[in-house]
Design a protein. Sequence first.
Length: 150
Amino acid sequence: MSETLPSLGEILTASVPMVRTLGLRYEETTAERAVVVLPDRPEYRNHVGGPHAGAMFTLAESASGAVVLGAFGDQMGRAVPLPVRVEMSFLKIARGDVTATAELARPAAEVVAELDAGTRPEFPVEVSIRRADGAETGHMTIFWTLRPND
């Protein structure tokens, strides 16, 4: 971004208290993809030494929200993005910093076309959570909607 305009990650860090609480770092935020890191902190570890499931959920949901805002931020005047439902799998023990990468699973233009047609579109965002060695430790599919403001 420019020197005068904050990035989407900076905006989310400033406006979402849970992001600051967990110390999430936005490494990439675009209309196609968001990459967010949960730093390893002893106070967030579970009984097996990895991040608590709630922290991993928040990491993945935060990454999904960033890509949704990147893709549909220009629609905020007429619709609000809201999560609808989530499927999450915990695949391996996560240790150290973990990174969530979120990507839209439908073209944004299709979703906007449904909104234009007067429907309330739903669309999935796929999120992969990986530890530093590249192993996938969790996966989330989160379904979002654009709820019209009227």
